[in-house]
Design a binder for this molecule. Structure first.
Ligand code: ADP
Ligand code: ZN
Ligand code: ZN
Length: 730
């Protein structure tokens, strides 16, 4: 009797066997309801076998196999297998968390009914028919043909309008292969105007041509184009090519906030194409519907954040990862995967091109491009002729007096900007009013009890907030240590800068944009509209504003106090700072007006700021790579972190020490000493880690395969641990 092997969402490294009399080989990839402990749960059938090692008295029967939606295709199951192997994470959890949550429900999945709207056009053979050859008495057929010949394509509503009999005649033409039909997206609007398509710049054209010439095979392309160079237009041309071959395109983007903007661009360019966007803002029904439309091939353009990399795509022809350097492609808990890396694997799996786009590629990708593992395509000038790169100046804050964190030079520049009715952006990557609450008499500072971090002053709400665990408390009136009332917010956050600017420019329209101000759904869309409609003079914001957005009337960017990353212990901090500053600077001067960037720093001569001033990604990237080579950091080695947490730091460290002791790492795999994490206490848990690295990914993987089972024997309930492969945060 057939035995099904089922993926279940439990932290155990095995599939579960069940008896399933009615199962057959085509059921692999289907949902199945099975008894598990005292409950019933739903998993996915991964394998079918004639027998099992489970003893007959223990073997249970599957309850029901759900057949209402098609099974998950073998390629997607293989992708899950790859993730499970590479990230050393249980297959059942990889599968069940990579699928929409409705998969875990105990009921059949209902398919959404769409009000079907079709578009019809003549096929090649249809176009060869001479209208005069259709007998005059076939009036409806003649009129239908005439309509089809005159307009490129028609909708079912047009057909109905023509005559009552027209749909029947149309069906005959469809059956004869003279006409073809296509299901239109629910968002389809019959645009009378053709979307305007710009003429490509030479650089764009070169990029498009290079990829087009090798379109039907796996090749990783690094589209390295400065901000405003028109990478989106390159994507659009490639998507058009994929569509013309009736293939699907997967586009991954880092931020859910960027989806509406890109979605609008894609919908305008491809009004007849079915586009779904998949991101964490969707409810379960929206997500499963989008997923099913991708699975059955209706959706041809799939736009999504990290998790969308697991969408079933039977006709995938092109993969695009925009802002490939972005750290939000890396999941930081559960299956700690990199959506960018999986996207590359997917493209390779089915032999299609993958385009990684960025103005400031990750050092990993840049290194791969230097070594010709990736194929680099450069766009070095802005797409709009009048748009120039902004001029960048540093303001030395050691020699300049600051008023509420703002230098006179920046104030003057803002003033000029307002006078010229242009927009400006003041960037400070810290929300709240002030990062520290300090007692001047005893140097007490407000700290979070549950995290090793300071509480941030939120003056408007009169609260102290922890930005790591969400803890909030009342702002004290006096120092809890010494009772002195002389306690003060110290340092600057967005709220404080906003207040200072409002005092300095009482008539200016100031808008603060940070995670606090965009909490509400749609807030982000309204903000973008306000900016676009030029109802704002000064934007004050965090890195939320740095990414991707196009603000044509923005001519000044002021950057406050970015220095802290320069002396961080995380070796990636300077790379991140550089990328971030390049991105924010890139917001200025995108359209006709010349842009200016002012950076307030204590280290104006630091090579990082020098490189930014020159817009010189390459020289800084090379020097950072040189440093990493000497220090033996990625991309010159591959790393894994064994992360452990416990209520007590000594328990976590003790676990890691034992883990290191049983490692028996082969030559060329290096196991370091356990250390407390940089943020050693988070949400009441003490955290520590053990770093393992090797120049050989293969050796490292082989080592993990033998080490992981041994780690399980060390486990105690007092420690939670996880392996983080290719960690991006140490
Ligand atoms: P990137 O993503 O590289 O930062 P965008 O794709 O946002 O740049 O393009 C910047 C601006 O240039 C957009 O307003 C876009 O419409 C415009 N643009 C892109 N390509 C062209 C072109 N070939 N001709 C004219 N304008 C273009
Ligand atoms: Zn005090
Ligand atoms: Zn906290």
């Amino acid at each position: 009797m057939p035995i099904i092997r089922v993926a279940i969402n439990v932290p155990v490294d095995t599939l579960f066997d069940y008896l399933a009399p009615d199962a057959c080989i085509t059921d692999i990839g289907l949902r199945v309801k099975v008894p598990f402990g005292k409950k019933l749960i739903t998993g996915v059938i991964i394998e079918i076998h004639p027998d099992t090692d489970v003893s007959p008295e223990k073997l249970k029967s599957a309850e029901i196999i759900f057949r209402e939606i098609p099974p998950i295709a073998p390629t997607l199951l293989n992708l899950f297998r790859f993730c499970s192997d590479y990230y050393h994470h249980p297959l059942g959890m990889v599968v069940m968390n990579g699928l929409p949550s409705k998969f875990r429900g105990l009921k059949p999945i209902k398919q959404q009914k769409t009000s079907n709207c079709y578009q019809f056009n003549l096929t090649d053979s249809g176009r060869q028919i001479d209208l005069n050859s259709i007998p005059v008495r076939n009036r409806v057929k003649r009129r239908l043909f005439k309509l089809l010949l005159e307009s490129n394509s028609i909708c079912n509503s047009d057909v109905k309008q023509l005559s009552l009999r027209a749909p029947k005649v149309l069906n005959e033409l469809l059956a004869q292969g003279l006409v073809e039909e296509r299901l239109l997206p629910p968002t389809y609007t019959n645009l009378t105007e053709e979307p305007s398509i710009p003429i490509l710049t030479n650089e764009q054209e070169n990029a498009v041509n290079c990829i087009t010439n090798e379109f039907n095979k796996f090749k990783p392309w690094l589209l390295h184009g400065i901000t405003g160079s028109g990478k989106t237009e390159v994507y659009l041309r490639l998507i058009a090519l994929a569509l013309s071959q009736k293939k699907q395109t997967l586009i991954l983007i880092p931020e859910i906030n960027l989806t509406p903007q890109l979605e609008a661009i894609f919908r305008t360019r491809f009004p007849c194409e079915w586009l779904v966007s998949l991101h964490s803002g969707l409810n379960d029904t929206e997500r499963i519907n989008g997923w099913l439309q991708a699975q059955n091939g209706t959706a041809r353009i799939i736009l999504g954040t990290r998790l969308a990399v697991f969408t079933p795509l039977p006709h995938l022809g092109l993969v695009i990862v925009d802002e490939e350097q972005d750290n939000s492609f890396k999941q930081q808990d559960g299956l700690r995967y990199s959506a960018r890396d999986i996207a590359i694997f997917r493209a390779k799996q089915i032999n299609v091109p993958v385009v990684l786009g960025s103005a400031t590629p990750s050092l990993e990708s840049y290194y791969n491009a230097i070594n010709h593992k990736y194929h680099s395509l450069r766009l070095v000038s802005r797409a709009i002729k009048q748009a120039t790169l902004p001029t960048i100046h540093c303001i030395d804050t050691r020699t300049t007096k600051l008023k509420e964190g703002l230098s006179e030079a920046l104030i003057n520049a803002l003033e000029q900007c307002i006078a010229q009715q242009q927009q400006s952006l003041v960037f400070i990557n810290r929300r709240g009013y002030a990062p520290i609450l300090l007692c001047k008499s005893c140097t007490w500072t407000a700290n979070c009890q549950r995290c090793s971090s300071r509480l941030v002053v939120h003056l408007k709400e009169k609260k102290l907030c922890c930005h790591h665990c969400g803890h909030k408390e009342q702002l004290p009136r006096a120092c809890p240590e010494c009772g002195d009332q002389d306690i003060h917010p110290f340092g600057h956050g967005t709220q404080r800068v906003e207040t200072a600017l409002a005092e300095r420019f009482p008539n200016a329209r100031i808008l603060r944009i940070d995670r606090d101000s965009i909490r509400r759904k749609d807030a982000w869309q309204n903000i973008l509209k306000t900016i676009q409609a030029q109802e704002v003079d000064i934007l004050v914001g965090t890195q939320l504003l740095a990414k991707g957005h196009d603000f044509p009337n923005l001519s000044l960017v002021g950057i406050l106090n970015p220095d802290s990353a320069l002396y961080s212990t995380d070796f990636r901090a300077s790379e991140r700072l550089f990328i971030q500053l390049m991105q924010v600077s890139g917001r200025a001067g995108r359209a006709g007006i010349a842009g200016n960037v002012l950076i307030q720093t204590e280290f104006p001569n630091h090579p990082l700021y020098q490189a930014i001033k020159q817009h010189d990604y390459d020289s800084l990237a090379h020097s950072l790579l040189e440093e990493r080579k000497i220090a033996e950091f990625p991309p010159f080695v591959y790393q894994v972190l064994l992360r452990a947490q416990s209520h007590r730091i000594d328990i976590a460290l003790d676990f890691l020490t034992k883990a290191a002791a049983i490692a028996a790492a082969p030559n060329k795999v290096e196991v370091f000493d356990p250390v407390p994490a940089q943020m050693s206490r988070l949400k009441g848990m003490e955290r520590a880690h053990l770093l393992i690295q090797s120049r050989s990914r293969k050796l490292l993987q082989a080592f993990l395969t033998t080490w992981q089972p041994k780690l399980k024997t060390l486990s105690s309930r007092k420690v939670r641990w996880a392996l983080d492969i290719d960690p991006t945060e140490i």
